[in-house]
Design a protein around this ligand. Sequence first.
Ligand SMILES: CC(=O)N[C@H](C=O)[C@@H](O)[C@H](O)[C@H](O)COP(=O)(O)O
Length: 230
Amino acid sequence: MEKHSLLEAVKGGIIVSCQALPDEPLFGSEMMVRMALAAEAGGAVGIRANTPVDIAAIKSRVKLPLVGLWKRDYEGSDVYITPTLEEVEAVWRAGADIIALDATMRPRPKGETLKEIVSEIKKRAGVLLMADISTVEEGLHAQEAGFDILSTTMSGYTPYSPQQEGPDFTLIREMAARADIPVFAEGRIHTREDAIECFRSGAHTVVIGGAITRPQQITKRFVDFVRIHV
Ligand SMILES: CC(=O)N[C@H](C=O)[C@@H](O)[C@H](O)[C@H](O)COP(=O)(O)O
């Protein structure tokens, strides 16, 4: 899909992040395909998925636009969402329509810089890049580097961004006011009211993960709440 039509297709909608790490009960590509099919049946406008194998599996069975990433840890760097060009290329080859990567300004593995990675991958036709950011400064830096989309994914996961239970509405609002590219709201969006507030704050699209696809998190929220209130 061409860039403008893809961004139009996801505008005002919900992207569902279907991820489970090896230590989670739902780990496995077949499970993530089923999650993605369920999200599609429910009216999601896109899927966000982790690892080339999950991305390829979902791509073959689900028609929605796919945001791909690859979480990988490297010694000596805190950047783990699609950290180097190697993961960026693998995600692209697996069939992602949009590649999401950490766009914080922290040092990256292999001494690579964000600018180098962006200019290298932009040589591939049709690929869109999503910057996972935690502050307005990072968002403006990512826009300058050539990203197509900003997402508030990393707010609460860098030591210098606000640590809070709910979404970072302030970042969504300030980023949307200052950016020239679409801002997606992502991270700890747990309720329908949260999603509405994200759109009212200027989000182009809302990305929801755990509240839909991580049943252990959903269960825990019920259990904790009941314990306190009953
Ligand atoms: C910080 C980080 O590593 N976020 C990851 C990014 O892909 C995922 O683990 C999250 O599930 C995703 O961002 C959606 O957020 P939430 O699950 O809170 O709705």
